[in-house]
Design a binder for this molecule. Structure first.
Ligand code: BGC
Length: 727
């Protein structure tokens, strides 16, 4: 095929042999050679003979040119490759992990970092990213909680839209953008006991109201691809779930992009125990709606056989091939297989360092700040920097490092050194170990101690579930000794999930700052926050447990008939641990004393087709500029189904000048009060609704407005009872 033209795709399919068709549905992987990522000779041969049309894990201009040349110039039909990669939180410039980004509650920033990552990745020849990851997760034992937006479905929705817009831009043929993949549809975040790849078994309403909304938003925003999850729901693996992938995604939501399996997930249908061989696995996946088999080899080994056995039809194969070719066309790959490859990405990368610095500071969550321990003064006695994460450049990359390099990362120690030129910074390389005498000598010599602890990057992410997500014993011991010096201890916690913190830190540290895995500029951003140049901009997008036994824990729980009451025995509580989390969803302190006041609503009732506006003042009583996140939650006190105590429906990040008042406005229509009723229809019910406005999800702290919803169903309507009986 000559480059520079767009082919008639149906005519192209008519010219394809069956192996060439199956090749378009087959994704192989690149590998790491001594010189960097490469397509091996075997893959290049499959591109030339048309038996593979997609590849992942390949980047760099040279490798891309070689691979695209094999496919688009040296194969019979000259069809270019889709080249996919996990550009999850940055490419060469690495941004904070998604859970950290979510903490910034800043959709414009979410979009900006995705656009920057797309630009760098596209210049390396990538056309498809396997991101955003949109799995709502409420169990910090699950290592992949770090890759997504946290526990809240509404945050997930806003995150989805921002990321899809950022990666894809206005048009997929923009050579500086990527096709995005919303992943992993199928309640991956709800796997049993937080164990990766395990079954999920959840209610229809949890699926519809918690797990799926972010995916619906990604589809509405025009996401190009979707990836089903590895796990099964009640025995049906998502890769074979026709009701989900075809019924819901394509038919109800109108999704017209491609569905790409997860790595080896088609072949794993055999291991799950729902397919006897590759032919059955291939047939189940294709008929469910999976277009591309990523590394499972089931389509290449079993699809032709499935056709012979009558398990699939040729039109079904052709339909999948057409969707893949259409994406290649939308990406502009037929017109230019080398799209985007080439321009020197260096200037863009330099510009992205500033963004990475801003994003990392915006993600940091200040959990505690006793007696204004932070920010630290630019002058004063020595600061001892102690702990295993202080000089851990590689860990700053987080679990999906993209093309990021440890040597590009600013460590926490280096960031602190740069931020406090006027103070002596004491550091001892062996300071990760509590036994090191030298470490304690530094601690005693210092005026303040910055303890850098938490997890390493390989303790979070895929296959890294932890049964006991807490601080390692050695770190707990070290923290105890540091606190015992009597010096103020500022604890910096790097992590991919909320980890249960020891009482010695919760009670006695002067400050606790969650830094997640901050990316390329992790250290610089920490310096900015510690010296007060930047606000710690994050608020928790996930509830922080006080004890492991509380997990799963999240704010949008139901009240129960016997809400927890320590004075009453027969209530929903534990004998041995508290019910309340250590830090609530939305918790996070700033440096300025901001407060919410004067919540108002412009009408007392709202019916179908109407909207109302809620306003709230954010008052800055201090003498420095401050920022916070105004949250609006909805509480439905009486409904036909017991509703979560509160649900986040709007948020806005806002900065307020010293001594000033800023007003936030939220506009609502009745759809925010809708829920999945007993008869599995989305309904709005008439009656009282309370709007809770302020910061973190602590009912008593929020400002309350009461409104009346009219024109909806009655919560006690006989009709819904009848429908339920008849189901
Ligand atoms: C992960 C996906 C990822 C894929 C390709 C899988 O193991 O579950 O999230 O996109 O690998 O790297």
């Amino acid at each position: 095929m000559t480059t520079g033209t767009s082919p008639d795709l149906s005519a192209l399919i008519a010219r394809m042999s069956l192996p060439e068709k199956i090749g378009q549905l087959t994704m192989v992987t690149g590998h790491w050679a001594v010189t960097g990522p490469r397509a091996d000779p075997l893959s290049l041969a499959t591109f030339r003979d048309g038996s593979a049309g997609c590849i992942l894990n390949l980047w760099s201009p040279e490798a891309m040119r070689e691979a695209q040349r094999a496919a688009s110039e040296e194969s019979r039909l000259g069809i270019p490759l889709i080249i996919g990669f996990d550009v999850v939180h940055g490419h060469r410039t690495v941004f904070p992990i998604p859970l950290g980004e979510a903490a910034s509650f800043d959709p414009a920033l979410w979009q900006e970092t995705a656009a920057a990552a797309a630009k760098e990745a596209a210049a390396d020849g990538i056309s498809l990213t396997f991101a955003p990851m949109l799995d709502v997760a409420r169990d910090p034992r699950w290592g992949r909680i770090c890759e997504g937006p946290g526990e809240d479905p509404y945050v997930g929705q806003v995150f989805a839209v921002a990321k899809v817009k950022g990666f894809q831009g206005r048009s997929l043929d923009d050579p500086a953008r990527l096709a995005a993949t919303a992943k992993h549809i199928g309640a991956y975040g709800a796997t049993l006991a937080g164990r990766d790849y395990a079954s999920a078994d959840l209610s229809e309403s949890d699926m519809a109201e918690v797990q799926l909304p972010a995916f619906a938003s990604a589809v509405a925003a025009g996401v190009a691809a979707i990836m089903p999850s590895f796990n099964d729901i009640a025995g049906l693996p998502s890769t074979a779930n026709a009701a989900l992938l075809t019924g819901l995604l394509r038919q109800r939501w109108g999704f017209d992009g491609i569905i790409v399996s997860d790595y080896n997930a088609v072949a794993e249908l055999i291991v799950h125990g729902v397919a006897a061989d590759h032919a059955e696995a291939a047939a189940l996946a294709l008929r469910a709606g999976v277009d591309i088999d990523m590394m499972g080899g089931s389509y290449s080994r079993g699809l032709a056989e499935a056709l012979v056995r009558g398990l699939v039809t040729l039109p079904e194969i052709d339909a999948a091939v057409l969707r893949v070719l259409r994406l290649k066309e939308r990406l502009g790959l037929f017109a230019d297989p080398y799209r985007g490859i080439g321009p020197d990405a260096e200037p863009a990368r330099v510009a992205h360092r500033g963004l990475a610095r801003r994003a990392a500071a915006a993600a940091m969550v200040l959990l505690k700040n006793e007696a204004k321990a932070l920010p630290l003064s630019s002058t004063g006695g020595a600061i001892a920097v102690i702990g295993p994460l202080a000089q851990a450049a590689d860990d700053m990359l987080g679990p999906w490092s993209g093309a990021g390099r440890a040597e590009d990362c600013v460590t926490l120690l280096d960031g602190i050194r740069a931020a406090f030129p006027g103070r002596t910074i004491l550091y001892e390389p062996a300071s990760g170990f509590d036994s090191a005498k030298a470490t304690m000598a530094l601690a005693r010599e210092a005026e303040a101690i910055v303890f850098c602890g938490g997890e390493t990057r390989r303790m979070s992410g895929e296959a890294n579930s932890r049964g006991e997500p807490d601080l390692a014993l050695a770190q707990r011991r070290l923290a105890t000794k540091l606190i015992a010096t009597g010096k103020p201890v500022i604890a910096i916690i790097c992590c991919g999930r909320p980890i249960v913190l020891p009482p010695v830190l919760v009670d006695k540290a002067a400050a606790i700052l969650v830094a997640w895995f901050g990316g390329s500029e992790a250290g610089t951003a920490l310096g900015d926050v510690l010296n007060g140049h930047s606000e710690p901009g994050g608020r928790l997008p996930v509830t922080w447990p006080a004890a492991i036994g509380q997990i799963p824990i999240y704010y949008a729980r139901r009240r129960s008939g016997r809400p927890a009451d320590a004075r009453q025995h027969y209530t929903s509580k534990y004998l041995d641990i508290p019910v309340e989390p250590q830090f609530a969803f939305g918790h996070g302190l700033g440096y300025a004393p901001l407060r919410f006041a004067n919540a108002q609503v412009d009408r007392a009732t709202i019916g179908p087709g109407q909207s109302l506006t809620v306003s709230v003042d954010v008052v800055n009583d201090g003498n420095r500029e401050g920022a916070t996140v105004a949250m609006l939650y909805v509480q439905d006190p009486v409904a036909s189904l017991a509703r979560p105590i509160m649900l986040l429906k709007r948020f806005e990040k806002i900065s307020v000048a010293p001594g000033a008042v800023a007003t936030v406005h939220f506009t609502l229509t009745t759809d925010v009060f809708a829920f999945l009723g007993i008869d599995m229809e989305r309904i709005v019910e008439s009656g009282r609704i309370d709007l809770l406005i302020g910061g973190r999800a602590v009912e008593e702290e929020l400002l309350r407005l009461t409104i009346e919803v009219t024109g909806g169903r009655s919560h006690i309507a006989a009709a819904s009872v009848r429908a339920a009986v008849n189901r």
